[in-house]
Every structure is written in C-alpha cells, then in structure tokens.
Design a binder for this molecule. Structure first.
Ligand SMILES: Cc1ncc(COP(=O)(O)O)c(C=O)c1O
Length: 383
C-alpha cells in the first residue's frame, strides 16, 4: 500500500541535532539561554521589527499581545470567522468577545472594507472610545489573520484602524516569510504574533513569538510572559503574569529551522506553482492564489472545489492515502461563539464551503504532487 502523503509535517535536516546537543551538553535547557536570545533577535530582524519576545506557543503570543494592547474584560475585538480557533480563544481569555467580520473574497482574509463599514455604520465614537451601537461595548482592537500564509490587505486595514485609533494585532502564525508590498507579515502593525507549532513553515516543536517595534509594549509582554516578576531576587510580582516563556531547547530548534527558511520558501513556491499548473487541466477546481500585491509563503495550499464535491472528494483522497482537511469550522458556528455578533459573512461561508487543504510539506516530491492531482482528476472523471 502507498504511504500516506501528509498534509504538513516538519523538515528537520539542518543544525537541529547540533544545537539541541549543545543545550544538553551545557545544561541550558530551560527558559533562559543563548538560543532564546538568538531566536528572538533573528526572527525580529527577519520580520523587520526591533523586538521579538519568544513565547511557549502562538496562542500565548496572541493572549499577551491582546492584554498588552489594552484589551479588557467586556471589550470587543474585530476578527475573522475564517481562521484557526487560537486567536478567537485568545480574545476570550482576555474576557473580551470577538465580533466576526466577513472575508475578502479574493484572499478569504478579514476584509478591510467590511471593517470600515462596520466601524463607520455600526459604531459611534465617544471621546477616545469606539462603541458598538448594538451591544454598547467598547471595541478595543482589530485582529487580522494571514490565513494559509496569504497576507491580509494591510494598508487599508491599518488606515481604518488609525482613523479609529484602534491597535492592530497581526496573527502571522501561518505566514512567516510572506510579503505584503515587499514588507514581511508580522511587521506590518503595532504587534505581530507567530506560531512555531509542528505544522508551521518552521517549528520549535511548539513555540511562538511576538514581534513589535514598540519598546514599551515589548517590555510589558516580556514581563507578562515571566510571571510579571519585577524584582526576580525578591519575588516581587506586580501584576498577574503568565509562565509563557519559550525554553532554550525549543529555541535551539527554532534557530536551526530559521537558517533553512529561505530554502523552505523556495520549495513551497515551486510546489504551489506545479500544483497550479497541473490543476489547470481540471476545470472544476482551482488553487487559491496570490494577489498582485502579495507574496505568499504557501504554507498550506488551498484547493477550491464545487461545494457539493468537497466532502466526497476529501473522502476519495483520504482513501487513496492523500491527507487532506477541510478549512477550520467557521468560528461563529462553534457553540462557544455562536452568540457573538457577525457582520457580512456571506463570502466567508461561501469560501469555507469550497475549501480543501491539500498536502503542502516541504518534503513533497514532484511525484507526490502529480499523484495528488491524478487522484483529483480521477475523482471528477468518475463522478
Ligand atoms: C492562525 C493561527 N493562529 C494561532 C495559532 C496558534 O499557535 P499555537 O498552536 O502555536 O498556539 C495557529 C496554529 O496553531 C494558527 O494557525
């Protein structure tokens, strides 16, 4: 039987062993160590921000960023429904509620125009506060997510956020290496958040990072991530903090992985181009592609199919050892978030119904890609 072609698995062929061994040999295994410093410095330099604060995972990076940007209990945060759940849970951890704003049909990402309409038509401004007229709650931040690695159209989003004096927290967990108008995602707003989970373009096993050029914000986030211990020798904690620091072992993996990022990006682009070329022969499907102003890292390739074929095609591919997944269930349909306000989600629902994630790992061979496309072709020929 054919081996399963995985959806997205790590490639660990660089200095990972050497750097891990170094941690074990020197005893620097916990949350302080030179690899943590190196990883923070290299990721922030890569992204184009002045500071990086490593965290235990991407969800923690989001949680701390929201808190440090002033999101409080009872507030609302504008966010997409088409996303992995972590950013929405992070909003909830702050005691705030998401308001789900619809997608840009071209990218599936948060649509800046819908955000503008929501803020101008559904909200009022009193002094420095933006209030949602329907709920009476304060809107205190905007949280775009660069889904599948494709950048959100950030310039218009930042413009509307500036007009309403709202901080933007970029969830760049999936988009390390992606460019928006020749600037890296994660460096396009007040604060950026990354995940280095095992399925991401580079991994620490588990890990995350906050990137920002705001020194006060970086230092507050670092403080919160280490139990808010103002004077470590005296255990003087001055607010409720978290144990959210990345360990040196995880950072050692991250440093080794980051050294290979350019190569990973090249391979992922080549694979996406081959998928696209081969899929062009199947009229029923297309590969979600880049906007002219974007350069995606193609973290996860998304196949767009007729909604009626989505379930049967996934089953057909899984039976043939091709690991595929639907997009994440839309956030506003989950029991915890069903009560939250939604705004113009028609295109979001349409996108979800058409989307299948197909194998996208760096190790994917040309033969694997040809096999996946042959299976898709065979499905449509037989149906
Ligand atoms: C968009 C997005 N945000 C946040 C996260 C959370 O990251 P982590 O799993 O490292 O907590 C992930 C992935 O895991 C993600 O895909």
């Amino acid at each position: 039987m054919r081996e399963t072609i995985p959806l997205s698995v790590p490639s660990l062929t660089g200095n990972e062993w050497n750097y891990l061994k170094d941690c074990l040999d020197t005893g620097w295994v916990s949350s302080v160590g030179s690899y943590v410093d190196r990883f923070e410095q290299s990721v922030s330099e890569y992204v184009g921000t002045q500071f990086g604060v490593a965290t235990v995972n991407g969800t923690a990076a989001l949680h701390l960023s929201l808190l440090a940007c002033g999101v409080q209990r009872g507030d609302e945060v504008l966010a997409p429904s088409f996303t992995f759940i972590a950013p929405i849970n992070a909003i909830h951890y702050c005691g705030a509620e998401p308001v789900f704003i619809g997608s840009d049909p071209a990218t599936f990402n948060l649509d800046p125009e819908k955000v503008r309409q929501f803020l101008t038509e559904e909200c009022t401004r009193e002094a420095d506060v933006v209030l949602n007229r329907r709920t009476g709650r304060r809107v205190s931040a905007i949280l775009p997510v660069h889904i599948f690695g494709h950048p959100v159209d950030m310039d218009p989003l930042n413009a509307i956020a500036a007009e309403f004096q709202l901080p933007v927290i970029e969830d760049a967990s999936e988009s390390l290496g992606s460019d928006y108008r020749e600037r890296k995602t994660g460096g396009l707003a007040k604060v950026g958040c990354f995940s280095f989970n095992g399925n991401k373009i580079i991994t620490c096993g588990g890990g995350g990072m906050v990137t920002t050029s705001d020194e006060a914000l970086a230092s507050h986030i670092r403080h919160l991530s280490t139990q808010a211990n103002r004077r470590p020798f005296e255990y003087e904690h001055d607010e409720v903090g978290f144990n959210y620091r990345l360990t040196n072992i995880q950072a050692a993996l991250g440093v080794a992985q980051l050294e290979q990022l350019d190569g990973f990006l090249e391979v992922k682009r080549r694979n996406a181009c081959l998928y696209r070329e081969l899929l062009a022969e199947i009229p029923q499907v297309e590969l979600a592609w880049e906007e002219p102003w974007a350069r995606s890292n193609f973290w996860l390739c998304a196949l767009l199919v007729p909604p009626a074929d989505r379930g049967p095609l996934m089953e057909y591919l899984l039976e043939r050892q091709v690991q595929v997944r639907p997009a994440w269930k839309l956030m506003h349909t989950l029991s915890m978030y069903q009560h939250c306000q939604t705004y113009q989600l028609e295109e979001t629902e349409a996108a979800y119904a058409r989307c299948i994630s197909i194998p996208s790992s760096v190790q994917l061979s040309e033969a694997d890609i040809r096999y996946v496309v042959e299976c898709i072709k065979a499905y449509f020929e037989s149906s």
